[in-house]
Every structure is written in C-alpha cells, then in structure tokens.
Design a protein. Structure first.
Length: 208
C-alpha cells in the first residue's frame, strides 16, 4: 500500500520549529518516505482515534500490456473492465452496513459495522480509479471491495449480486482480495478544530 496523506503523532519534550522537525525527519528517512508538515496539537489528539473519516484510492491499469514505470504503483488487470458496472456495484455499498463479507480473518476490530460516505468508480483512459471514503475501515476491507468490483467489471458477478454478498456477512461469499499494488491512502479527515493541513489531492506523476 502507498500513502499520500498519512498522519502520525508523537510526544516529545524537545522544542523545535515545525520546519526544523520536517527537515530533520526527512534527512534521516528512507527516500520513499517524505514528511510534508509538522505542527503542535492538543494533548488529546490521536492520529488514529481522532480521525473522522479516511479516503482510499485504488488504481487499476486496465490494458493488455503490463505496466513499466508504474510497476508496483498500480494493479494490472489485462482483461477488459466495465467501469459502469463497477460503479453500480459500488453504489450498493454506500451507507452504514455490516462489512463482515469484506473483513480479513486477521481483523481485530470489535465491530464490523462501517459507514461508507462515498464510493465512486471512474475510467481515465487505461486507468480505472476506485475511490472510497468511510468513517473507518476493516483490515483489508478496501482491497476486498476492490476484488469484488474487479469481478463485477469482468462480468464474473452482476451488480445485483452485491447486496446479497453484503447481507451474507460471510467472507467466503466475496471474491479474492485484490493486490496491494494499487492501494493508496489519500487522506484522513479530522475535526476542523485541530486545523491540520489538507492531504495532497492526487497521486504524483503519471501512473501510466
């Protein structure tokens, strides 16, 4: 998985300007990680538990030829995908539901009920983009939902099958988990009172 808007917090007694924290962290991190900003937050802030919603994007390169520069940055599906059918299936998953059918066996969450605020599918040339926003996600939930939509897009399932799979609350009823390559955490939404910067809006670079 990749992340554009991951937020982390830590406690320290050291006193430095926000810019100094950013420059210092980036001087020691590996090249694949970059800190964009830093600021002081109230003591009760928690990067995970203070979040109001999270947004994930899943990128599928849908063409006969495999990716080159985008290798490991997109999931490659060589069979044609019908993004319109996928969008209809995604629409059936909006709202508050028990997502047990899309929950990993390793998930430790006490409840499998989640509220999906938005779930969209669109095609951009050879790229099929899945974007989902929810108050929280179960372990592997986004990749399991992507696996379902890929099956619908390939004609292995109908959009009309989705409500039944959801209501079954049985992981065995849903298709296999999609690969991690195309998954991006786009951003995390927090209450406005924390005044955190917005996450980047797009995946940098040309994914093709």
């Amino acid at each position: 998985m990749h992340a554009l808007g991951q937020v982390a917090h830590f406690e320290t007694r050291a006193r430095r300007a926000p810019r100094a924290w950013v420059l210092g962290a980036n001087s020691t991190l590996c090249p694949s990680i970059s800190v964009l900003w830093a600021l002081t937050v109230p003591a009760h802030f928690h990067a995970r538990y203070s979040a109001a919603a999270r947004c994930y994007r899943y990128l599928i390169l849908n063409r006969p030829a495999r990716p080159a520069l985008a290798a490991r940055r997109v999931t490659w599906v060589h069979r044609p995908l019908d993004a319109g059918r996928m969008a209809l299936a995604a629409a059936a998953l909006r709202g508050e539901h028990d997502f047990s059918s899309f929950r990993s066996s390793e998930c430790q969450s006490r409840t499998s009920v989640r509220r999906v605020e938005a779930f969209e599918v669109r095609r951009e040339r050879d790229l099929v983009v899945i974007e989902v926003t929810a108050n929280a996600f179960l372990h592997h939930m986004v990749r399991n939902l992507a696996g379902l939509l890929i099956a619908v897009g390939q004609g292995e399932l109908e959009a009309a099958d989705v409500p039944g799979i959801l209501e079954a609350r049985d992981r065995g009823r849903a298709p296999a988990t999609a690969a991690a390559d195309g998954l991006y955490l786009v951003g995390v939404r927090y209450p406005a009172a924390f005044r955190l910067p917005a996450a980047p809006a797009a995946v940098p670079g040309d994914p093709l």
